[in-house]
Design a protein around this ligand. Sequence first.
Ligand SMILES: NC(=O)c1ccc[n+]([C@@H]2O[C@H](COP(=O)([O-])OP(=O)(O)OC[C@H]3O[C@@H](n4cnc5c(N)ncnc54)[C@H](OP(=O)(O)O)[C@@H]3O)[C@@H](O)[C@H]2O)c1
Length: 217
Amino acid sequence: MTVIGIIGAGEVGSQIARAAIASGYDVVIANSRGPETLQDLVDELGPSARAAIAADAAAAGEVAVVAVPLKVVNDMPARELAGKIVLDTNNYMVWRDGHIPVIDSGAKTVHELRQEQLPHSKVVKAFTHIQAPRITTAGKAAGTPGRLALSASSDFPEAVELVTRLYDQFGFDTVDNSPLSESWRSGPGQPAWIAHEHQTRADLVAHLARAQRPIVR
Ligand SMILES: NC(=O)c1ccc[n+]([C@@H]2O[C@H](COP(=O)([O-])OP(=O)(O)OC[C@H]3O[C@@H](n4cnc5c(N)ncnc54)[C@H](OP(=O)(O)O)[C@@H]3O)[C@@H](O)[C@H]2O)c1
C-alpha cells in the first residue's frame, strides 16, 4: 500500500495526511469545495501530496480515509470506494449532526450506518478518540513505556490489521474493538474517549469494557 486517498481535509484529514507522508505514503486529499481551495495544504505537504475531488481521491487510494461527518443521505463516493478498506474517523455529535434516531435508540452504531452506505467497502472505525493535532505529536516508537493505544472496529479483520500497521507506523498501539456493532464503546463521552490523552493498551482495554451504551431520547 503506497497511496492513501483522504476525503476530508479539515483537522483530522490534514493531520492523517501529514502523518502518512512522514511514514512514506503518498496522499491524494479532497474537501467539499474543490482542489483549488487546498493549494496551501498541498504546498505544505510537499511532493507526496496532491489535491483532487473526492471521487478522484477515493479512486486513487489503495486505501481511503473518510474524515467527514456522516450524513443520513450518503455523500461519499461509494462507487470509487468499492472494494477498498475505508478508515472512518467520524464521531456522532448531535450538536453538529442533528438527531439520528437509529443511533439514538441504540439500534445501530454510526459506523454500521457508514458501512451500510458503503456496502462494497470494508469500513473500519479509526482515529476517533484522539485530538487531531496529537495524531502527529503523541506517537512513540513501539515498546516505549506509556505508548498510547487507539481502538479499531470493523466487520473485516483485514481492515483492523491494516489500521494496526498504520497506527504502529504513526506511533500507537492498537486495541481491536470489533465488530462495528461494538464501536459505540469508544464513542464521545465514553471512558475511552474521555481518557484519550493518556491511555495505554491495558488502559484502553479496561475503558472499553467499562463503557455504557447511551440511549438518547
Ligand atoms: N477534530 C478532531 O480532533 C477529531 C478527532 C477525532 C475524530 N473527529 C471526527 O472526524 C470527522 C472530521 O472531523 P474534523 O475535525 O476533521 O472536521 P473538519 O475540520 O470540519 O473537516 C471536515 C472536512 O470534511 C470535508 N467535507 C465535508 N463534506 C464533504 C463531502 N461531502 N465531500 C468531501 N469533503 C467533505 C470538509 O470540506 P470543506 O471544508 O470544503 O467543506 C472538511 O475538509 C468528524 O466526524 C469528527 O467528529 C474529529
